[in-house]
Design a protein around this ligand. Structure first.
Ligand code: ADP
Ligand code: MG
Length: 583
């Protein structure tokens, strides 16, 4: 089969044939822009969004560049993660299918050295993570002085991961006259450090299609109380039943927790994050690729660059730390022109604002949608059932059961309709997945706020090093209630009293029967204490609190303190704190 577009770029017949085997009928923008430049031996900075075919953009010229007979390292590709290194090496082998004498080695941490050393002896294309490449350099099992070409793939991510110095050391150890190529989805200023130091007259190929992959993706978000996010994902998965989906979390521990939760509820979900052993990660990716598990729960870093076909839906369990990540995440679906959907959980007003900014940033619509209700899911199950019955009736092959049904009809003396209904009931009761009930986040509407005031007790206090800001933050994030719904907060050594209107207090009790605040499992109960007369929601004059607080300090009672809160500040602080846990 001929492949005119790739031929016109000037590829050799071997490469054209390989590309056409892969069903690439047309070069993508970044490929059409970068391949001819790279074939001329020029240094290139390639920038295009995720899923636009950057691997082939550098991989095809790299394979062309290698002299088949020479078994020394000629091309080095640096990649941020092990998974991506493996993926690139597989792609490279595909491009090199008809070219003789090409040997590809992938070197990354967490895998035995011996096998890699053996591979490196004959490899003329080496793909590796910076850390492991440095290891091999030190052991002299990888020599870089014969390199013709160095590629930095996902350069922004490598810098994010703190590989700048490693990359500088590696590049410094390569020959002066090498060709240097840098690919990245974004160009943070730190990249200039590398390009100015190591690239010679680089040609920039920038394909400005930030929404290209996004346009084919229907994007939704759902307002959910923080404490019910897992149940919300459960509902969405049951309703949408994507054949393959990725759920993104911001922290490794969240990945583990969510995998556990989903597993307990009958979903086939696997987790992927940086703390897992290499063998485990490989196994997870294999099971996901070959369809043994339909749900992958991952952190951003672990999933970076991963290309798995036919991902129907991407779920953002957490809103990503950076807007650019959102594009990377949802770019996992809707690849190669296919459509896909993305679903983001949003908790509280602060995140709702973030969502609005995100919408502006990506310049595409992210529509708010209600979480599916139990009725929606039951209706969906019924539709499935009816469709299956229709399909079975059409395809036949069920006649063998005829005798048994006749017997039931005779013995029970009932009609066919009754038997069919009984069968439907048996089948529906065998459904293992239960449907959680998630109330939509309480609306921001303050008109319904008011009525009787009550005092809540939380079994956490100054001994746990908490301040009022922790309490307010936890309530706001878990329930979606605005901070002004919270009145006076008094912190004692081992417990805290919180004044609220009765309606709001009930929401707290419902949504927060148990939450973690500053790492401590915390329980909220209704206290028998009477609210203080001064409390008027947030409209209380600032001074109302002062005499109480100062009197307390004067009386020398150490544990009782009145706190004034600044929720905005808290939110930002908390966000930073959460970020510490990031992969
Ligand atoms: P990026 O590195 O830009 O995120 P990839 O190189 O991972 O993108 O490619 C994304 C997907 O597009 C892969 O499945 C790849 O096989 C496919 N692809 C790449 N180039 C072409 C092409 N010219 N025609 C069709 N599909 C392509
Ligand atoms: Mg890539």
């Amino acid at each position: 089969m001929s492949n005119t577009l790739f031929e016109s770029i000037g590829l050799s017949p071997e490469l054209c044939r390989a590309v056409s085997d892969m069903n690439y009928t047309e070069a993508t923008g970044i490929q059409a822009g970068a391949i001819p430049l790279l074939m001329q031996g020029l240094d290139v900075i390639g920038r295009s969004s995720t899923g636009t075919g950057k691997t082939a953009a550098f991989g095809i010229p790299a394979v062309e560049r290698v002299s088949g007979g020479d078994r020394r390292a000629q091309v080095l590709v640096l990649s941020p993660t092990r998974e991506l290194a493996m993926q690139i090496s597989e792609e490279m082998r595909k491009y090199a299918k008809y070219k003789t004498g090409i040997s590809v080695a992938a070197v990354y941490g967490g895998a035995p050295m011996d096998a890699q050393i053996t591979q490196l002896r004959t490899a003329n294309i080496v793909i590796g993570t910076p850390g492991r490449v440095m290891d091999h350099m030190r052991r002299r099992t990888l020599r870089l002085d014969t390199l013709k070409m160095v590629v930095l793939d996902e350069a922004d991510e490598m810098l994010n991961m703190g590989f700048l110095e490693d990359i500088q050391s590696i590049l410094s150890a390569t020959p002066e006259d090498r060709q240097t190529v840098l690919f990245s989805a974004t160009m943070p200023p730190t990249i200039l450090k590398i390009t100015s130091e190591f690239l010679k007259d680089p040609q920039t190929v920038h394909i400005r299609t930030p929404q290209k992959t996004i346009e084919t993706i229907d994007q939704y978000f759902y307002q959910v109380p923080q404490s019910r996010k897992m149940d919300a994902i459960n509902l969405l998965l049951q309703m949408q039943e994507p054949s393959r989906s990725v759920i993104f979390c911001n922290t490794k521990s969240m990945v583990d927790d969510l995998v556990q939760y989903l597993g307990d509820r009958g979903f086939q979900a696997l987790g992927l994050h940086g703390d897992m052993k290499q063998s485990g990660r490989t196994q997870v990716m294999q099971s996901f690729r070959n369809g043994k598990a339909s749900i992958l729960v991952a952190t951003d870093v672990a999933a970076r660059g991963i290309d798995v076909e036919d991902i129907e839906a991407v779920y953002n369990f957490d809103i990503p730390q950076e807007f650019e990540y959102y594009i990377h995440r949802i770019g996992r679906t809707g690849r190669a022109g296919k459509s896909g959907t993305s679903h983001t959980l949003v908790c509280g007003f602060r995140q709702l604002n973030t969502m609005k900014e995100l919408r502006r940033y990506i310049n595409a619509d992210i529509r708010e949608a209600p979480l599916p209700s139990a009725e929606d899911i039951l209706r969906r199950r019924q539709e499935h059932f009816s469709a299956k019955v229709a399909q079975t009736l059409e395809s036949g092959g069920y006649e063998a059961f005829g005798g048994q049904i006749d017997e039931i009809l005779q013995n029970q003396g009932c009609g066919l309709r009754d038997v069919a209904c009984a069968l439907a009931q048996i089948i529906s009761s065998s459904e293992k997945k239960t449907i959680p009930v998630v109330k939509a986040t309480v609306s921001a509407d303050s008109s319904r706020r008011g009525g009787k005031r009550v005092v809540l007790n939380a079994d956490i206090g100054s001994a746990n090093r908490i301040g009022a800001n922790f309490i307010v933050g936890a309530i706001v994030d878990s329930t979606g209630l605005p901070s002004r719904s919270i009145g006076r907060i008094d912190i004692f050594d081992d417990h805290t009293l919180i004044e609220m209107f009765e309606n709001d207090a009930l929401t707290v009790l419902n949504e927060m029967s148990s939450v973690r605040i500053r790492g401590c499992e915390t329980h909220f109960t209704l206290s028998t204490e009477k609210p203080r007369p001064a409390f008027q929601g947030n409209r209380r004059p600032r001074s109302a609190e002062a005499p109480f607080a100062s009197r307390d300090r004067l009386s020398g009672k150490p544990s009782r303190r009145g706190h004034r809160r600044n929720n905005e500040k808290w939110s930002r602080k908390q966000e930073r704190r959460n970020r510490l846990e990031i992969d």
